[in-house]
Write a protein that binds this ligand. Structure first.
Ligand code: ADP
Length: 323
């Protein structure tokens, strides 16, 4: 549905995008994740036709955004970071205005009524936009992206500046939209991708450093898992016994004892699952295993590892690239 092929965007000698390629299928919800300056907005602006690339091609449903911009843009709804809303209009006036702007041909009342209901704005449709809370304004921004029922919806940092309740509402809304649309979401918030996206494309310094299912990224075991375990036994004996389990790379004391339990960090070798062996070891020694928690596998930690690795000269991305 959305295809970026060898996209390059140069500003002087700097590359905002350096040979970026990806394909997003119909109905996917994909997060474009990266730190500030990574190239996310540049990529979004090229995909939505607001910016031309130095080389490479972007197509929406096979239509080139450069060669057939009007046709391609009809397939895209875009929510920029600053939604283009008019505060002096009511919600309904504004959506009617966008309807005309986009030259829609659906039955107007029905189409706008449906959008109002999806984004839960029906009750405030006659209120001036300037009097709405930031969360509601964001929904108005999402509503304008939905006018014309585009196949692809692109969100640029959709929850910035919202309070936690509003953030949950907007994320739920995006998930709902993902059932009927292809969704691309740009964000620097790792939890957002984890909450909303099935797939994540991680970008850093204009290059894609990972492209995989979100859960695979989170569960990436290339560098092994790290657990914090609480085991009721003498610390030194526990550590030396755990070290002997096949697949354990290192064991350290994690901190003060928790009552009669040793608190240890266990790092495992990539690809091994030591949990059953650890359980059996505890049973054999009559040590109660009162806690086992994965640590350092949240997207944030994985992301930092990936960025670090991509910046190493011998960078290896085995297992995380889709292609
Ligand atoms: P992100 O959205 O991930 O924060 P951007 O796409 O905005 O990143 O920027 C990527 C890189 O391109 C940054 O280094 C930025 O400074 C540079 N850049 C973006 N726009 C311009 C411009 N108009 N002129 C020069 N450099 C730019």
């Amino acid at each position: 549905m959305v295809k970026a092929k060898n996209l390059v965007k140069r500003y002087g000698s700097n590359y905002a995008l350096n040979d970026v390629s990806f394909e997003i299928g119909e109905g996917e919800i994909v997060g474009l994740l990266g730190p500030n300056g990574a190239g996310k907005s540049t990529a979004m602006n090229i995909l939505t036709g607001y910016l031309s690339s130095s080389s490479g091609e972007a197509t929406i449903n096979g239509i080139s955004i450069l060669e057939n911009p009007i046709e391609a843009k009809r397939l895209i709804g875009f929510l920029p970071e600053q939604p283009p809303i008019y505060p002096e209009m009511t919600v309904l006036e504004y959506l009617n205005f966008v309807y005309e702007l986009k030259g829609c041909e659906f039955p107007r009342g029905e189409h706008i009524g449906e959008i109002l209901s999806v984004v839960k704005l029906t009750d405030v449709k006659d209120r001036l936009i300037k009097n709405l809370s930031k969360g509601y304004k964001q929904r108005v921004g999402i509503a304008q992206a939905l006018v014309g029922d585009p196949k692809v919806i692109i969100f640029d940092e959709p929850t910035v500046g919202l309070d936690p309740k509003q953030i949950l509402e907007v994320r739920n809304l995006i998930r709902t939209l993902g059932k009927r649309h292809t969704v691309i979401l740009s964000t620097h918030i790792l939890a957002e991708v984890q909450a909303v996206c099935e797939r994540v494309i991680i970008i850093n310094k204009g290059k894609i450093i990972a492209d995989a299912r979100t859960e695979d990224i989170v569960r990436t075991i290339e560098d092994g898992y790290c657990y914090e375990a609480r085991i009721c036994g003498p610390t030194r004996e526990v550590i030396s016994a755990v070290k002997r389990i096949n697949g354990v790379r290192s064991v350290d004391e994690a901190g003060v004892r928790d009552g009669d339990a040793a608190v240890i960090n266990i790092e495992t070798v990539g690809g091994s699952d030591i949990r059953r062996a650890l359980f059996r070891l505890c049973v054999q020694n009559n040590w109660a295993l009162i806690g086992l928690m994965p640590v350092g596998t949240d997207l944030e930690s994985v992301f930092i590892r990936l960025v670090d690795r991509s910046e190493r000269p011998d960078s290896s991305r085995r297992g995380l690239k889709r292609n």
